[in-house]
Design a protein around this ligand. Structure first.
Ligand SMILES: [Zn+2]
Length: 304
C-alpha cells in the first residue's frame, strides 16, 4: 500500500494538469463575455452615477458564461475517482469501479458547480459595481472608463479595488488619461490570469476530493468497502507546508464523513488549498480507534 504522501503527490500531478485546462477555460469564457458586453449599458451606468450592479447583472447570463467550466469540473471529478480506485488496498481495488452517472456523483457535481458559481458570480458583479462607481465619482471620461471596465469583467473585489487605487495614484502622478487607461487594461489582464488560477486550484481541490469520496461512497454502497473500518486522513499539499490553516491538519484522522478539527469534512479549506483526503483502513481487532478530535467552529473563509 502506498503512503499518504505518495498518494498526495500523484493526486497533485493530476490536479495541476487539470488546473492548466481550467484556467484557460475561465480566461476564454471571460474574454468572450468582455467582447459581448454592451458598451452602451456601461455608459448608461456611468452616466447614472455608477449604478454598477445593474451594469451587467440584468442582461448578462453569468451562469451560462461560466458553464464551459462545468465540463472541466466533471472531467476532473471522474479522473480523480478513477485514479482513486488504484490507491485502494486489495481486495477492494480489483472489484471497485466508479460510476459517474450514479445519482450521488451527479448531485455532488451539481453542488460543486453551484459552489463555484455562488462565489465567482456575486464577487465579479460586486467588483464591477465598485469599478463603475469609482470611475463615475472621479469623473473619468466615459470612453476611457468603458475601456478600463471591460477588462475587469471576471475580476474580484480586492483586485478591482487595487486597480482603482493604482489608477488614482497614476493620475495624481500626472500621467495622461490615455496612458493610465492602457496601463490599467494591461494590469487587469494579468489579474484575470491570477484569478483564473485561484478559482482553478480551489474548485478542482473540491472536484478531486469530491470524486474520490464519491468513489469511496459507491464502494461502501456495494459492500466492497466497509465504512466502519475506514478513516479519512487529511494530507496537506507539499506546497502548502507553510500554510498556517492547513499545516496543523496534516495527518489528522477521522471516521468517514466526520468533520476534522477545523470543522471541515474535506478540503479545500481556503483559497488555493490543494490538500487531499486519503482513505485508511482500520482494523478494530488490532488497532485503537483514533480518539475523537475537538472541533473548532466552522469559519466561512472566502474561497477565491
Ligand atoms: Zn489546505
Amino acid at each position: 500500500m502506498i503512503s499518504g504522501i505518495e498518494e498526495q503527490k500523484r493526486v497533485h500531478r493530476l490536479q495541476v494538469a487539470q488546473e492548466r485546462k481550467f484556467e484557460q477555460t475561465y480566461i476564454q469564457s471571460m474574454k468572450k463575455l468582455q467582447d459581448q458586453v454592451s458598451k452602451q449599458k456601461i455608459r448608461d451606468s456611468l452616466n447614472s452615477g455608477g449604478a454598477g450592479s445593474d451594469l451587467i447583472v440584468s442582461y448578462v447570463d453569468w451562469k451560462n458564461a461560466l458553464s464551459p467550466l462545468n465540463q472541466d469540473i466533471a472531467e476532473t471529478t471522474t479522473l480523480a475517482a478513477n485514479q482513486g480506485v488504484k490507491f485502494l488496498s486489495q481486495p477492494a481495488r480489483s472489484k471497485a469501479v466508479y460510476d459517474p452517472l450514479d445519482p450521488g456523483a451527479i448531485s455532488r457535481l451539481q453542488s460543486d458547480v453551484e459552489k463555484m458559481n455562488g462565489q465567482v458570480i456575486p464577487q465579479s458583479m460586486e467588483a464591477l459595481s465598485i469599478a463603475t462607481r469609482d470611475m463615475s465619482r472621479n469623473n473619468v471620461k466615459v470612453n476611457q472608463a468603458v475601456s478600463m471596465i471591460i477588462p475587469m469583467i471576471g475580476l474580484n473585489k480586492p483586485q478591482v479595488t487595487h486597480l482603482t487605487g493604482v489608477r488614482a495614484a497614476m493620475i495624481e502622478d500626472g500621467m495622461s488619461d490615455k496612458l493610465v487607461a492602457s496601463r490599467i487594461r494591461t494590469m487587469a489582464n494579468g489579474k484575470l490570469r491570477e484569478r483564473s488560477e485561484s478559482i482553478a486550484i480551489t474548485t478542482l481541490t473540491e472536484s478531486v476530493n469530491g470524486g474520490r469520496q464519491e468513489m469511496w461512497n459507491q464502494q461502501f454502497g456495494k459492500n466492497i468497502l466497509d465504512p466502519n473500518t475506514q478513516f479519512n486522513k487529511w494530507i496537506t499539499s507539499l506546497d502548502e507546508r507553510t500554510c498556517s490553516l492547513c499545516a496543523p491538519m496534516h495527518g489528522q484522522v477521522v471516521r468517514v464523513g466526520e468533520p476534522f478539527s477545523n470543522g471541515y469534512v474535506s478540503p479545500p479549506r481556503h483559497s488555493r488549498c490543494r490538500c487531499s483526503l486519503v482513505l485508511r483502513h482500520y482494523n478494530p481487532a488490532s488497532q485503537a480507534y483514533p480518539s475523537r478530535i475537538p472541533r473548532s467552529p466552522l469559519l466561512d473563509i472566502p474561497r477565491f
